[in-house]
Design a protein around this ligand. Structure first.
Ligand SMILES: Nc1nc2c(c(=O)[nH]1)N[C@H]1C(S)=C(S)[C@@H](COP(=O)(O)O)O[C@H]1N2
Ligand SMILES: [Mo]
Length: 251
């Protein structure tokens, strides 16, 4: 019954967006309030545009999850409030069809669920259930070009970070719209956060507004310019300059 609501919800969204209906995976026990997601509430993608669960889930398929509230907000400019009416996820650069997708158009892509650990270089980590869409599916829709090798994620707060295109494809990296069964909110990255599996937290771009498909493997985002590695793989050493005035350390 609940699964049924999800499928109906997604078909409805697919119709609204004009995209062909896609078979949706199941988010266990989820329901989707398609109407409020389509219109946005109070003109914003505000708190809980989609109430997926009556409450946050604390375990998923036998794996226990960290509470969302355990995540410290260490972002460069604090919560961001995307505008539901004007918000677009842009996919630009080395693509055949540049896209500007509305929130509900992104949600109409097939749903993927994964429990993933987020590790911040500050020394904390958290295991959450991440729900979203494959970057690969978004990139397919835009038709990425052979020459591309890097994705630059541009965010509402001016933050930027990158990911190797091959990594995004091989590791089935998702652009997440929910954690622990609840939609992302302005305090934790709404509408979308990159769940950058096996990469340090600074690679998990929040409040994403644009994915630039480029051939620029050495491009440095916000923290990369301040000395953190471009690759950002967890477990590899990272080095941070003593202050921002020092030249950035190369990978
Ligand atoms: N737009 C944006 N994304 C961002 C950041 C930021 O400041 N701005 N901080 C990064 C860092 S350093 C970390 S550790 C993670 C934290 O993600 P969380 O809020 O889901 O724990 O977000 C990353 N994504
Ligand atoms: Mo971080």
């Amino acid at each position: 019954m609940m699964t049924c609501c999800l499928v109906v919800g997604f078909s409805l969204l697919a119709c609204l967006s004009g995209a062909p209906p896609e078979p949706a995976d199941t988010v266990t026990g989820a329901t989707v309030d398609a109407a409020s997601a389509a219109t946005g509430q109070q003109g914003r993608l505000a708190a809980n545009p989609r109430q997926l669960q009556p409450a946050e889930v604390s375990d998923y398929q036998g794996q226990s999850l960290s509470p969302r509230a355990a995540l410290p907000d260490n972002s460069i400019a604090g919560p961001q409030y995307p505008d539901a009416v004007h918000y677009r996820l842009r996919i630009s650069g080395l693509v055949d069809r540049p896209l500007a997708l509305r929130y509900e158009e992104v949600l109409a892509f097939p749903v993927v669920n994964k429990v993933i650990t987020l590790n911040c270089v500050e020394g904390w980590s958290a295991d959450l259930l991440w729900t979203g869409v494959l970057l690969e599916n978004l990139l397919q829709a835009a038709g990425w070009q052979e020459t591309a090798d890097t994705l630059i994620f541009v965010c509402l707060d001016g933050y930027e970070t990158t990911m190797e295109l091959a990594w995004a494809l091989e590791r089935d990296i998702i652009l997440a719209w929910a954690t622990n069964g609840l939609a992302l909110e302005p305090w934790n990255g709404a509408p979308f956060q990159v769940a950058a599996e096996e990469k340090w937290g600074y690679k998990w771009a929040k409040w994403v507004t644009e994915i630039r498909v480029v051939r620029e493997p050495d491009y440095r985002g916000y923290w990369e310019r301040r000395g953190f590695s471009v690759d950002g793989t967890v477990g590899w050493g990272y080095s941070q300059p003593a202050d921002d005035n020092q030249p950035a350390i190369r990978n």
